[in-house]
Design a binder for this molecule. Structure first.
Ligand code: ATP
Ligand code: MG
Length: 253
């Protein structure tokens, strides 16, 4: 069965999508079979993997709200081992639709992913920047959660709500849920601020924090506009090297 991991932080723009897509790619390049599920109506993970249509046929919305089998929504990426389920702007309405289900509304994604769990080593879910029913569905479907945190002032703002949501999902919906890791993103080794944030985060998360930090690197921001993960855009840039090192650390953990 695939290990299912949510990339979540309700704070926006911290590197969830960048980390989800590029760690997935680095693992696919290490012969793991990986599926990225774009679970955000912004569709950023989909475009980073080459699907620029923001309302494609057979998206995660249809899987969630129209009972489409998950396998019918899977697309191949440029890489043999990397597949994805694209999102759609329609997903913005999914929270409301799900909320009208009387029993089991937190488990819809879990049920759908169970159909395809044997086909992958890892399923990564790119969560939206909120803690609503979509994120609860993602956390309920997951074995673990990876939290990307941006190395900046107020990095830990909102983290207590995030941890509380994880605690509640663990208590009522998914006993096995664990924090698998914390990724420090947009890190600047020369900046006192970045180093200070790192120390703060270590105090809170201890050895959950990956030693590999992701530097601020413009290539990481450019690659999605070409519909490519960074390793296929510029495999030697510091961002690609960092996500490759992160994949090694992740597999060794
Ligand atoms: P959202 O909450 O909107 O879904 P997010 O948490 O998924 O955002 P990303 O989309 O991954 O965050 O990153 C936010 C922006 O920062 C994007 O434009 C991305 O290209 C850029 N970015 C992410 N990581 C880095 C980095 N290490 N260096 C430079 N730019 C980065
Ligand atoms: Mg995102």
């Amino acid at each position: 069965m695939a290990r299912i991991i949510s990339f979540s932080n309700q704070k926006g723009g911290v590197g969830k999508t960048t980390s989800c897509v590029n760690l997935a790619t680095a693992l696919a390049l290490r012969s793991k079979r990986v599926l990225v599920v774009d679970f955000d109506a912004q569709c950023n993970a989909s475009s980073a993997l080459g699907e620029f249509d923001k309302q494609p046929k057979n998206s995660v919305y249809d899987v969630l709200c129209d009972d489409l089998p998950a396998k019918d929504a899977i697309r191949k990426s440029e890489l043999e081992n990397l597949s994805f389920i694209p999102s759609s702007c329609d997903l913005a309405g999914a929270e409301l639709e799900l909320s009208q289900i009387v029993i089991g509304r937190e488990r819809v994604l879990q049920d759908k992913l169970a159909e395809i769990g044997d086909d992958f080593d890892f399923i990564f879910i790119d969560c939206p920047p909120s803690l609503g029913l979509l994120t609860v569905n993602a956390l309920t479907a997951s074995n673990g959660v990876i939290i990307p945190i941006q190395s900046e002032y107020y990095a830990l703002e909102g983290m207590s709500q995030m941890m509380n949501t994880i605690k509640l999902v663990k208590k009522f919906l998914n006993k096995q849920l664990e924090v698998d890791g914390v990724i420090l993103t947009m890190f600047d080794n020369r900046s006192k601020l970045s180093r200070g944030v790192y120390e703060e985060i270590i105090k809170v998360f201890g050895d959950k924090v990956f030693e590999t930090k992701i530097p601020r690197n413009i290539r990481l921001a450019e690659a999605p506009s070409y519909g490519k993960p960074v390793m296929l855009y510029d495999k030697k840039c510091s961002g690609a090297v960092a996500y490759s090192a992160l994949a090694d650390e992740f597999l060794a953990k």
